[in-house]
Write a protein that binds this ligand. Structure first.
Ligand SMILES: [Zn+2]
Ligand SMILES: [Zn+2]
Length: 148
């Protein structure tokens, strides 16, 4: 069966990301800085000469992100893996809401979590590449938790 790319709508705050990676497979999870009781997702953020760490809220649809640096509202930033410095920006997709570039976090089982790179824009989506996984996700939250 051909693999298809599926974008699904998941209700906010029903799941949290447990295993996010950069495109080269480095874990981005930081248990030293929990947010909402779960390990946060640590990435490097850059805007012009401003560069620092940001801890992303691992709860899907929640945005209690912790910034080490001040990023002005409404600007488009770059995001990098803290381990390898690779960009997390994706070339193939734009934000549905503001048409800015998106970043991607890679999840187990082929899932991809995409988010908008414009500061203050909270557009995000979950992209899956396997039809059967997608069916699993539709049928129960347990499956969603396993996927993440
Ligand atoms: Zn990396
Ligand atoms: Zn956006």
């Amino acid at each position: 069966m051909e693999k298809e790319k599926i974008v699904i709508e998941v209700p906010s705050k029903v799941l949290h990301v447990e295993h996010a990676q950069c495109p080269r497979g480095h874990s981005l999870m930081d248990s030293a800085v929990p947010i909402n009781g779960y390990p946060s997702i640590k990435v490097v953020i850059q805007y012009g000469a401003i560069r620092g760490n940001i801890h992303l809220d691992p709860i899907y649809g929640s945005f209690h992100n912790l910034f080490d640096v001040d990023i002005p509202e409404g600007v488009v930033v770059e995001m990098f893996c803290p381990a390898c410095g690779g960009s997390l920006r994706v070339e193939h997709d734009k934000c549905d809401f503001c048409f800015s570039p998106m970043f991607a976090l890679y999840l187990p089982n082929g899932g991809i979590l995409e988010g908008c790179l414009k500061s203050g824009c909270h557009e995000h989506k979950l992209v899956l590449v396997d039809v059967h996984e997608q069916l699993g996700m539709v049928h129960g939250h347990d499956q969603i938790q396993l996927l993440m």
